[in-house]
Every structure is written in structure tokens, then in C-alpha cells.
Write a protein of this length. Structure first.
Length: 286
């Protein structure tokens, strides 16, 4: 009788666990519509409040279904977007912490690829080799993990570990370019444009390569993804002391309606917010 009771109890516990995961996965599907709605939002106050609450919802759902790759990547994306859009300009230290949280969720998703999991913490050559085993089905995990990692590095340039990690992020973003250079509005080109542009020539920077990546992104997005102009202004125009280009890029952001990129008005509104900040800092560069 005791054995039968244990079997029955185990059955109901298993059923309860399975039911919880089923509910979580159905909810995750509904959250995809929330992501679509968020990207189309033009009210930044409403968007900030929604992102903040959804992050905790997503993290709770990951606790309930820790092996859910889709949930892990939604969480990485939400944390990255929140840090980039609402935190990094006002509180870089907090933003760095959020970027690391996002990166770690992304890494958890990438570890579902056995080759990556085996080589993640080995030599750089082995890490780079493992990245080649990631294909188009892994591009979302590659991009959001690298994006978050790069965000932390950019805010931690005085940290030796950040500089040591940069080659890994470059390998990951290069894989994104190789798989689909247009992914998420060609943002891998923005990464490389920023990297080549922000470093002085004596430390490996290359303004010409930076310009080529920014211009390629503009061709891909037809200039409608306004964050391109922000990164172009910040990491190329200011570094090359091109005042005319800087003003032209900021004016384009200010003059272009957020609706020029239907379905991604939120990102264009973030670009407009950042344009105001860059304009305020103009005298520091020119």
C-alpha cells in the first residue's frame, strides 16, 4: 500500500510539473505577440514600464521551465533592450549588470548546442571552432548573446576582462554576418562599425572599415533604422572629428518619423531620445 501511494504521488507530481511547463510554454507563445506590440510602441514611458514588468515575468517563467530556449532568448532580448534603451545613458554601472544578466541567459540557450557547450570555456581557437557549428537556427541566440556581451564590454573598457572577452564577441558577430547580414536590421554591421570606429588606430582601430560597415547597414535598412545614425555619429563622426557628418546624422534622426520603420517604432523613438543626448554632448567632441 505504501509503495502504491508513492507511485500515485509521483504520478501526480509529474503531471503537475508537466502541466506547469505546458502553461508556461503557452504563455511564452502569447508573449511573442507582446514583443510585436512593444516594438510598435511610440510612448517610451509606457514601453519602459512594460519592459520592466515583463522581465520579471520572463525570469519567473524561466525558473519554471529552465530548459526552454525560446524563453531564455526572450529574456536576454528584454534585458538587453531595457539596458540599451533606458539605463545605459543614465546609469552605466547598472546597465552593465543588466547586460551581463542578458548575456548569461543567452549563453544558457547556446549551450543547448553540444559543440558550443564543450568548448565555451576552452581556448579561443576551440571557442571559435565551436561557433562554426552554430547555424541559421542559432542566429537569434548568437546575436542577442553577443549584443548583450558587447553592451557590457562597451561600458567596462577599464576592466581587463572586458577587453579579453572582445575577440569572442567579434567571432560571434562575424558568424551572424556570415549567416545573415540583414538579421535584426543589419545590427551586426553596427557592432563592427562601432568596434572599428571607437578604437584608436594605434590600438587596432580602422575608421575606413567602420565607415564601410555603417554604410552597408544604411543600404540594408534604407536609412529607416534610426539607431544606425546614432552609432554612426557616436563611433565614427566624433572619432574622426567630422562635425558636418555628425550634424547631418543627428538631423536625420530628428527629422525622420518613427513610423518610417513600421513595426519598430519603439527602436526609432529610442534613437530620437539618444539623439537629444548626443546633441547635448556635442561641445565635448567639437
Amino acid at each position: 500500500m505504501q509503495r502504491i501511494s508513492l507511485i500515485v504521488l509521483s504520478f501526480f507530481l509529474f503531471q503537475s510539473c508537466s502541466l506547469n511547463k505546458f502553461v508556461i510554454r503557452q504563455t511564452a507563445t502569447l508573449l511573442d505577440y507582446g514583443v510585436v506590440s512593444l516594438y510598435a510602441e511610440t510612448d517610451l514611458i509606457l514601453a519602459e514600464q512594460a519592459l520592466a514588468s515583463n522581465i520579471k515575468l520572463l525570469e519567473g517563467m524561466v525558473i519554471g521551465d529552465p530548459g526552454n530556449e525560446h524563453l531564455l532568448l526572450l529574456t536576454a532580448q528584454a534585458l538587453s533592450g531595457y539596458a540599451m534603451g533606458f539605463v545605459e545613458d543614465a546609469d552605466p554601472l547598472r546597465a552593465g549588470s543588466l547586460y551581463l544578466r542578458a548575456r548569461d541567459y543567452g549563453l544558457r540557450a547556446l549551450r543547448m548546442n553540444s559543440k558550443f557547450a564543450e568548448n565555451e570555456n576552452k581556448t579561443f581557437e576551440q571557442f571559435s571552432g565551436a561557433i562554426t557549428y552554430l547555424d541559421i537556427d542559432d542566429i537569434e541566440g548568437l546575436f542577442w548573446t553577443a549584443f548583450a556581451w558587447a553592451g557590457w564590454i562597451n561600458l567596462s573598457l577599464d576592466n581587463p576582462q572586458a577587453l579579453m572577452d572582445l575577440p569572442k564577441v567579434q567571432v560571434m558577430m562575424q558568424r551572424v554576418l556570415d549567416l545573415d547580414e540583414t538579421f535584426f536590421h543589419g545590427s551586426a554591421h553596427l557592432f563592427f562599425g562601432s568596434v572599428w570606429g571607437m578604437k584608436p588606430k594605434m590600438f587596432g582601430g580602422d575608421p575606413q572599415k567602420a565607415k564601410e560597415h555603417f554604410e552597408q547597414n544604411l543600404r540594408i535598412t534604407q536609412g529607416k533604422f534610426l539607431l544606425t545614425h546614432i552609432y554612426y555619429a557616436k563611433y565614427f563622426a566624433t572619432k574622426t572629428f567630422d562635425e558636418e557628418l555628425f550634424d547631418k546624422l543627428i538631423k536625420h534622426v530628428n527629422d525622420t518619423p518613427a513610423e518610417s520603420l513600421p513595426g519598430y517604432e519603439f527602436l526609432n523613438m529610442i534613437a530620437k531620445k539618444k539623439a537629444n543626448r548626443l546633441q547635448e554632448m556635442r561641445e565635448e567632441w567639437f
